[in-house]
Structures are given as structure tokens and as C-alpha cells.
Design a protein around this ligand. Structure first.
Ligand code: GTP
Ligand code: MG
Length: 195
């Protein structure tokens, strides 16, 4: 497993062109608001709240870059699908995220998070379709697995595979920021991608 020596918050941006320097490989996290993107990043880097989290959806509103060992960046993206956000703001985020996903030449993998309890929603399906259409490499992570039973998890896995048209449930990384299940598997995946 990759040894974390130094993690720093680098930059918060809206336009991908303002991304940090030096240019390094990037891995990004996207998903519905409140799915657990920021919590997952904190768990990965053993920090309590370096990536700001909140019980209320709509916490992360910019593209936030965290440097790991000055080797690569973790990128926390704003969540989508939060009804209380104004249309204007939603559109601004969508533009910022799409611009980043299409513009960044350093993005190695986009992790798409699905809340195990909430399941796949329409906007998740749309996102995944768009990612395939644009050839953006992605990997699905099912989050908050501490919140459901083993049997419910198995059922949810089948649903996710079907709705997102994955090949198999081995295409899903199961993760919990609470119990840290999946942390090793995810670090393994990240290490391979940023090499
Ligand atoms: P936005 O920034 O609003 O898009 O949300 P986010 O996806 O970054 O979610 P965030 O990490 O802020 O987490 C939202 C809520 O879910 C917080 O109350 C977290 O404590 C909770 N949460 C996140 N991950 C887990 C998990 O693995 N298990 C449980 N039980 N709760 C979690
Ligand atoms: Mg967040």
C-alpha cells in the first residue's frame, strides 16, 4: 500500500484551467451531494476534516485539490442533484465539472460514488452514460456500506450493475468512511492509476 508521507490542501477552483502546478496525475471523486466524497477523501488521507464535510448536502462547492506526497492530486468535486441549490449554481457546477473532466489531461481516473442506501438515481445514470460517450475513465464506488446489511449490500450491488450497465459486481469498490472498509482496496486502485 502507498505510504502517505505528506498531504496538503493545495487549491480551490471553479475553472479547471486554474488547476495547481506542478502538473501531476489526478484522481477525482464525483457523485450526488451528500454521497460521502469529502468523507472518503478524509478517510483515505487519515484526516478528520481536511476535505470539509457536512450533514447537509451541498457542502463542497468548488473543485478542491489535495496533494499526496507531492506525487499526485486527489480532487474533491461539488455534488450534483441537490434540489435546494439554485438552478444557476447547479449549472455553474455542472459546467465546472464537465470542463474539468474534458479539459484535464492529467485525470487518470474518476471515481463515481453511489450511496449504498440511496442507490442509483437518474442523474447517476446520465453521468455514467456521458462518461462512456466522452471516454472518461471511471470506477464505481458504493459508499456508506456500514449503513446496510450484508444481504442488502448484495442486492444493491446487483441493482448498481444493472442500472449502470457494468460487467460485474467486481466492478464496484465497497467503501465506508465509518468502518474504513474498502480503504486498502481503494488505495491499491489509486496507486496503480497514478504510477
Ligand atoms: P457534498 O460536498 O455536499 O457534495 O457532499 P459529500 O459527497 O462530500 O458528502 P460528505 O462527505 O460531506 O458526507 C455527507 C454526510 O454523510 C456526512 O454527514 C457524513 O458524516 C456522512 N457519511 C459520509 N460517509 C459515510 C459513511 O461511510 N458512513 C456513514 N454512516 N456516514 C457517512
Ligand atoms: Mg463534499
Amino acid at each position: 500500500m502507498l505510504k502517505i508521507k505528506k498531504v496538503t490542501f493545495v487549491k480551490s477552483i471553479m475553472n479547471w484551467r486554474d488547476g495547481p502546478r506542478p502538473k501531476l496525475p489526478e484522481v477525482a471523486f464525483v457523485g450526488r451531494s451528500n454521497v460521502g466524497k469529502s468523507s472518503l477523501i478524509n478517510t483515505l488521507i487519515n484526516m478528520k476534516n481536511l476535505a470539509r464535510t457536512s450533514k447537509r448536502p451541498g457542502k463542497t462547492r468548488t473543485l478542491n485539490f489535495f496533494s499526496v506526497n507531492e506525487m499526485f492530486y486527489l480532487v474533491d468535486l461539488p455534488g450534483y442533484g441537490f434540489a435546494k441549490t439554485s438552478k444557476k449554481e447547479q449549472l455553474a457546477w455542472q459546467e465546472a465539472i464537465e470542463g474539468y473532466l474534458l479539459g484535464s489531461e492529467h485525470l487518470r481516473i474518476l471515481y463515481v460514488l453511489i450511496d449504498c442506501k440511496v442507490g442509483v438515481k437518474n442523474n447517476d445514470v446520465q453521468l455514467v452514460e456521458w462518461l462512456r460517450f466522452k471516454s472518461v475513465p471511471f470506477q464505481i464506488i458504493a459508499t456508506k456500506i456500514d449503513r446496510i446489511s450484508k444481504s442488502a449490500r448484495a442486492m444493491q450491488a446487483i441493482k448498481i450493475v444493472k442500472m449502470l450497465e457494468l460487467a460485474d459486481k467486481s466492478d464496484i469498490i465497497f467503501f465506508s468512511a465509518k468502518t474504513r472498509v474498502g480503504k486498502g482496496a481503494l488505495w491499491g486502485d489509486i496507486s496503480r492509476r497514478v504510477k
